[in-house]
Design a protein around this ligand. Sequence first.
Ligand code: ARG
Length: 462
Amino acid sequence: MAQLWGGRFTKETDTLVKKFNDSLPFDKRLWREDIEGSIAHAQMLGKQSILTAEEASRIVRGLKEIAEDIEKGNLRFTDEYEDIHSFVEAKLIERIGDDGKRLHTGRSRNDQVALDMRLFVRSACDTVNRELKGLLLTILSIMEQNTETFMPGFTHLQKAQPVTLAHHFGAYFEMFKRDTGRIDDCRKRLNECPLGAGALAGTTYPLDRDYTAQQLGFDRPTANSMDSVSDRDYAAEFLSALSLIQMHLSRLSEEIILWNSNEYRFVEIDDAYSTGSSIMPQKKNPDVAELIRGKTGRVFGDLTSLLTTMKAIPLAYDKDMQEDKEPVFDSFDTVCHCVHLMSGMLSTMTFNRAIMEASARRGFTNATDAADYLVGKGIAFRDAHAIIGRMVLYCIDHGKAIDDLSMDEFHSFSEAFDNDIYDAVSLKTCVDKRLTKGAPGAQAMEEEIRNAKAWLAGRQWR
Ligand code: ARG
């Protein structure tokens, strides 16, 4: 029997119960964290003379060898073991004999698994932020190349006012930038070490919790031993930060799907990021964007799953909490892949600048500016609004954009129009006049790009 707890039992565990109870099939992923934590624990036991120096160093050596063998693929996870903790301990005892049985002194699997998960989520935070950095760099380069790419800005999915592609992507830059901040916050708050909390009430051994916390790169040990073994807030925070990232990715995916459609044709997704249809030869489908949008469901589901699991668990550790792992692993993998693929899809995508610009012109996104022009000529805004409204109707009937009209046509709506109307309603003028901080105007955009660059360069990436 490969269990750690056979002593008090007279009968074997039912086969189905064993399968139901075991977590090794998924928590084997924590082997690095588990061994790292055990090494720190053994070193601390040696330092505190709870184990002799020789015992501690034999344990540490044994653990390092196990890690090497797993890394090289020489040690396989076989299903007789209950979880990663039992697996590593059993292998240690197999290799170094009775000394191995001393490793678990002053420790419970409850503080052990709490430690493993914190170590995992902490390094997952760093990975997610590195992926976000790649995406932010891609977005920044699109911004830099498209400060003069005019396009319609939309509200209600109706063309509203002209913006630039740089400005549109600037909005996503801000979203993903905030996401890195949320990941930072989560990392900062979780960085306390639960090791030494024991099963729930600490231990009677003179453990040095400050030492293990420091060895493992934590800011401090956790404050309350019951909370230490039953807290999974950090996992929920991580999943919630991931959910927001995924929500942003999904919104961007939706826009790309629209822009890539036959109706918009604002962009063309690269062949490498599209797929075909088995029946319709003409099709080139935006599957990557659709899948990113689709996977948002499972990421939100993972968050809901963990919150629901945790909501009625009495203190301290209960086995329900074993259910924390799969949602965390699943969302972490999913979000990393999605961020990575989004970045690749964006950097290989073609932007059809002429079509975007024509769409902004045909969509009367300069109508507000035409009304403002009349106001500048002394006409009251309400009257100007009505004049331009009639003019837009005329343009729709005649298939024209405002700046296609002849001077005679302009005059048929108001004598106040002059030759300078053409410049006033050009998309470049309309955009450039939008000077307020954060607006798409050239000057404001320059500042936005400068700030984005400085932020990317000045931020600490782990
Ligand atoms: N596999 C368990 C988990 O993931 C480890 C902790 C087991 N603790 C216990 N008291 N049975 O939560």
